[in-house]
Design a protein around this ligand. Structure first.
Ligand SMILES: Nc1ncnc2c1ncn2[C@@H]1O[C@H](COP(=O)(O)OP(=O)(O)OP(=O)(O)O)[C@@H](O)[C@H]1O
Ligand SMILES: [Mg+2]
Length: 582
């Protein structure tokens, strides 16, 4: 890894801006450097919430003596060297700016040793990023960056720092976020001499899950399902909470793109939309998801903090995330089962990871559900199911989860057959859709989604006024309808719960409403919906999965009242009676 100063032609292409806002931002940059250096152990020392000392020591590849002088200069990096590199970044850093920015607002020193060198070298960095003379020091292979007295010469910025505890809490958040993307790396965090966090390297999927539980809290995994989906060169894997009551805040929402924690609107929307029928009002979903994409499919050079991204095909990503999460909620498996299924085929990664690609396969690639299962695994699984069934019974008082399982076939267009373990079900598709839509309207849910192609409808002049009244009323349920002319209207958005209604049926439904003489009301809306003959067609797999997931939620809410009128469990006894011997 040779460090070079980027020529202006490249430096000018890089999203510029200040990244050192507070101690946590320093930690983020130093940790990312340690990961890029392939460290298998990262030791972090913090004093006074980071205002006195932030020190990150790693056992990565180290920096050459000659490069030490350059490392903290602006635009100095070993991670890219050509303009083309910007379109396929596979390291966390690439701007060559972090050490320079940190050095300019603190007293920074770097001690580093490569495996080729028989001693470590140390330098102090001044405000301009110039390193003092390099002197020998004692240290194993790796790098230690010490940042003292952050903002000591910037009283105005220092004033914005919060209390020691608050700043440390931000640091902890950053450390935990990173820890979830590098399960094979040990991370230790000390504050004022006390170990606050010590995450040992995970050698197996079970240990990775233990880390997840330690970082996100055990109750996250209790209610989570693990899944992994692949398609079109993309892969999404991870855990998603299926807890009915949701979560009070956004702290358990983690999304990684090729190992980098990001926040992106298309991603958030895809996840939220997939969970729209699960997450109750005023609560938050919880998830820990890893998306892997070829580096050429997105641009991370958008914002200096490198937490925003520009996808080349945002719609494709959105839809992939949406359908993967929908299927993950239905087909994902409880963490215990994932553990059993994965323990045999998980890749054994060396605990010392290669630089740059360190995070690439942080989580196993096997496709749960489709992998070959041995006799031994089957026995183990059954045992695990028993354990879970027992613990399920204990929780029964709060919520009884109905499981409709996997869709098997669509029968006579109108019915869906599904099975879960030894239970089989027949679901009346049209009735299920209707019941779900009505329930959502009754609950006043208004989540909506745009139509890919807006539908236009003709409404005769005499019904214009009625239509105006309905348009306003329908807005509350998630419809967005506008007038193009006196007689022509366009449907732009529809409630999510109606997304699998046929386009023609949707138009007939709206036109029928306009013909209603009574004023717009929810009762009228529901009664027209009931009359409506929803055109049925073969459902796609995604539609079946979504419908089953929604029916499952619906039925779970009604467990005390028995099965809703659109689900018929197929009992073996009944089936036997159909084959009376002659
Ligand atoms: N812990 C480390 N181990 C090995 N080399 C390091 C370490 N920290 C920094 N370096 C070297 O110093 C260079 C400059 O680091 P710096 O963080 O400023 O820039 P960068 O990581 O290349 O890009 P960015 O500004 O996006 O973080 C790196 O490219 C790397 O070669
Ligand atoms: Mg860096």
């Amino acid at each position: 890894m040779t460090i070079r100063i980027l020529p202006p032609a490249i430096a000018n292409q890089i999203a510029a801006g200040e990244v050192v806002e507070r101690p946590a931002s320093v930690i983020k940059e130093l940790l990312e450097n340690a990961v890029d250096a392939g460290a298998s152990f990262i030791d972090i020392l913090i004093e006074r919430g980071g205002s006195r000392l932030i020190e990150v020591r790693d056992n990565g590849v180290g920096i050459d003596k000659s490069d030490l002088l350059l490392a903290a200069r602006p635009h100095a990096t070993s991670k890219i060297s050509r303009l083309e590199d910007l379109s396929q970044i596979d390291s966390l850093g690439f701007r060559g700016e972090a050490l320079a920015s940190i050095g300019s607002v603190s007293r920074m020193s770097i001690v580093s040793r490569t495996k080729e060198s028989n001693t470590a070298w140390k330098t102090n960095v001044d405000f301009a990023g110039h390193a003092s003379d390099v002197v020998p020091a004692a240290q194993e292979v790796g790098t230690t960056v010490s940042v003292r007295d952050l903002f000591f010469a910037h009283p105005a910025r220092k004033k914005f720092l919060r209390s020691e505890n608050t700043e440390f809490a931000h640091i902890e958040t950053v450390v935990k976020r990173l820890a979830l993307s590098i399960p094979h790396t040990r991370i230790r965090l000390k504050h004022n001499g006390k170990v606050v966090l010590d995450l040992l390297p995970s050698q197996s999927f079970a240990e990775q899950q233990r880390r997840v539980a330690k970082v996100l809290g055990g109750n996250f995994l209790d209610s989570a399902k693990y899944f992994s989906t692949e398609g079109d060169g993309m892969r999404l894997a991870g855990w998603i909470s299926v807890r009915e009551e949701g979560w009070p805040n956004t702290q358990r929402q983690h999304f990684y793109l090729n190992g980098r924690w990001i926040r992106d609107r298309a991603v958030l929307h895809g996840i939220r939309q997939a969970l729209s029928n699960m997450v109750v009002a005023d609560s938050q979903p919880a998830y820990l998801l890893y998306l892997e994409l070829p580096a050429t499919e997105f641009d991370i050079n958008v914002h200096p903090t490198k937490q925003e991204v520009r996808f080349s095909e945002p719609r494709l990503i959105h839809d992939f995330i949406y359908s993967s999460v929908v299927s993950g909620v239905t087909h994902g498996v409880q963490p215990e089962i994932a553990q059993i299924r994965l323990q045999q085929d998980e890749p054994r990664e060396s605990s010392h990871l290669r630089p740059s690609s360190a995070f690439k396969s942080a989580y196993p690639h096997s496709k749960l559900g489709s992998s070959q299962v041995s006799q031994y695994q089957v026995r183990q699984q059954l045992r695990a199911y028993e354990v879970m069934a027992n613990s399920d019974q204990k929780q029964e008082k709060s919520v009884t989860q109905v499981k409709l399982g996997d869709p098997i076939a669509q029968l006579f267009d109108h019915y869906l057959i599904s099975h879960y373990q030894s239970n089989w079900y027949l679901i009346h598709i049209a009735r299920a859709r209707l019941a779900l839509a009505i329930e959502s309207f009754n609950r006043g849910q208004s989540e909506s989604q745009p139509l890919l192609i807006p539908e236009t409808i003709q409404i005769s002049h005499q019904h214009h006024q009625a239509m105006v009244g309905w348009v306003e009323h329908l807005q509350a349920y998630g419809f967005s309808i506008g007038a193009l002319s006196e007689s022509q209207w366009v449907i732009r958005r529809i409630p999510i719960v109606m997304r699998y209604f046929d386009g023609a049926a949707m138009k007939t439904f709206i036109a029928r409403l306009a013909e209603e003489e009574q004023t717009a009301s929810r009762e009228k809306l529901i009664s027209v919906l009931r009359e409506d003959q929803v055109a049925l067609c073969q459902l796609t797999t995604e539609e079946k999965l979504q419908l089953l997931a929604n029916c499952q939620q619906y039925a779970s809410r009604l467990t005390k009242e028995g099965w809703p009128d659109f689900i018929v469990p197929i009992a073996e006894d009944w089936l036997a009676t159909q084959f009376v011997a002659s």
